[in-house]
Design a protein around this ligand. Structure first.
Ligand SMILES: Cc1cc2nc3c(=O)[nH]c(=O)nc-3n(C[C@H](O)[C@H](O)[C@H](O)COP(=O)(O)OP(=O)(O)OC[C@H]3O[C@@H](n4cnc5c(N)ncnc54)[C@H](O)[C@@H]3O)c2cc1C
Length: 452
């Protein structure tokens, strides 16, 4: 039984994360690592498919493939699984994460029957997924995508090229981002589509050899005709969907890197303890000890940063969970159960919690705008991109809370003497969250814009 003391000792995790880390580490050590040598073999594609099937069998893909109800994934679980898998097999980690990366936009915005069809197949390991955004001239500069999707009757015709696409040639379907129009500033208006690997006009033009076992390559779309029902989200929603996908999976890239770094450090320590030079083990030489100590320090720092980011991501996502729940009285009871306290306390707690979450979401919103600025987007676009991704859930939260918590406070079991203070607390809390959502956050935006 491998235990990870970092996870047990760090406050970003719940007990379930510690359990998950241990069980995935044991599973990967017993079931995956003994076969890892096969990763280098010629029939790597078949190995990859068996890895996806194995991950599906154990239920692990539930942590990377989002559910159909649009709820975000748990970022910490995603990171914990990726770190544990990549410690033993970076290829297994890739197989795990690509099923999620290739389907997240689908889970958020595809029409119901399309969404259910592909999510179920991806989660069961029956279809391998891929995410096709990058192009020769559109790497960091996502809105410079040149691949076009032109509407023709009930379908779209996709033409263009993609590069650096993981799972190219292996995937059964690709979530493809293409230009459906041009905005006034000349940048692409993007939309997302599901493209099946067998569609006429679709070709994998190259598979790129990497030092590590990692299926990756280039795609060509030569007039690929995609039914309009396979468009993911509204026309023009593609950029936001791509960013929401990145937002969900970004921290997990760091977690996978930490898994590999942790393995490298463990190997280095084991070697330093075994190899003898000048009559003692390498580990006895002070210079080697210092190197290992620095590596351990940097690894700890990296893990803290990664899991702090994942924890923040989950805290912001909690707003969405609460937003979805209190639409009804039953939903409000979920809030009650979550706080585990009596009605009077939990109502007030709920309000405080919600106000906190709304404020926190506002901060994440600003962070997001900063991030987009740093990625080189003009100020106005960065602000709009952030607003598109974040502002709507915050407004939803406020409205849902309004409908859910008021009946809870006014009508449920509270003694008559408590009803008035409770109602005041709820209204006060909601007013505050509304002020934050509708006025303070936009005001901060304007200040940010003025500062340039
Ligand atoms: C192993 C691997 C797997 C991948 N899998 C996929 C996949 O499945 N699907 C997919 O769509 N893409 C995939 N990619 C592509 C990846 O998302 C791109 O590499 C990424 O978007 C960066 O683009 P680029 O490589 O063209 O770098 P560039 O955009 O050319 O950037 C080069 C460097 O310049 C910096 N830079 C760029 N713009 C700015 C700026 N404004 N200010 C300061 N610095 C800047 C960047 O940070 C980077 O360090 C994969 C890449 C790799 C390496």
């Amino acid at each position: 039984m491998q235990r990870d003391r970092f996870i047990e000792e760090t406050p970003f995790f719940a007990e379930e994360h510690a359990r998950l880390a241990t069980s995935v580490a044991n599973f990967a050590a017993d079931e995956i690592e003994p076969h890892a040598h096969r990763e280098e073999e010629a029939a790597a594609d078949e190995n990859y498919r068996s890895l996806v099937a194995l991950l599906a069998q154990t239920g692990l893909l539930n942590y990377s493939v989002a559910r159909a109800d649009g709820l975000p994934l748990d970022a910490r679980s995603l990171c914990v699984v990726r770190e544990a898998l990549s410690y033993h097999s970076p290829l297994a980690d890739l197989a795990f994460v690509m099923q999620g990366l290739g389907t997240y936009a689908v889970s958020l915005a595809a029409p119901e029957h399309v969404r259910d069809f592909w999510l179920e197949r991806a989660r069961n390991g029956r279809a391998v997924a891929a995410f096709a955004l990058t192009e020769p001239e559109a790497g960091s500069d996502v809105s410079n995508v040149q691949t076009t999707a032109e509407r023709e009757g009930d379908s779209y015709v996709i033409t263009g090229r993609k590069c650096f696409i993981s799972n190219a040639g292996l995937a059964d379907f690709y979530t493809v981002f293409a230009r459906t129009g041009t905005r006034p500033d000349g940048r692409a208006e993007l939309s997302a589509f599901i493209v099946g690997a067998r569609m006429p006009g679709f070709r994998v033009t190259a598979r790129t050899e990497l030092v590590a076992a990692h299926p990756i390559g280039e795609l060509e779309f030569d007039g690929v005709r995609v039914p309009a029902e396979d468009r993911v989200g509204a026309e023009g929603q593609g950029f936001a969907l791509a960013m929401q996908t990145m937002d969900m999976f970004r921290a997990s890239v760091g977690a996978a890197a930490c898994g590999m770094a942790r393995r490298a450090l463990d190997e280095a320590v084991a070697y330093a303890k075994a190899r003898r030079q000048f009559g003692v083990t390498l580990a006895m030489h002070q210079l080697i000890q210092e190197k290992l100590a620095v590596m351990q320090t940097e690894l700890d720092a990296a893990r803290l940063l990664v899991y702090r980011a994942a924890h923040l991501r989950d805290s912001a996502a909690a707003t969405l969970i609460l937003a979805a729940a209190p639409l009804s009285l039953g939903g409000a009871l979920v809030l009650l159960a979550a706080t585990g306290t009596d009605l009077n306390v939990s109502s007030a707690m709920g309000v405080i919690l919600l106000v906190g979450l709304v404020v926190k979401n506002g901060i994440v919103l600003l962070d997001f705008a900063h991030m987009r600025l740093e990625e080189g987007l003009p100020l106005r676009d960065a602000v709009l991109a952030a607003a598109r991704v974040r502002l709507r859930p915050i407004v939803m939260t406020t409205l849902c809370t309004l409908f859910g918590l008021l009946p809870l406070a006014l009508g449920l079991g509270a003694g008559a003497e408590m009803q008035r203070p409770l109602a005041l607390a709820v209204i006060g809390g909601l007013s505050l969250s509304t002020v934050v959502t509708l006025f303070l956050v936009p005001a901060a935006y304007v200040a940010l814009a003025r500062r340039g």
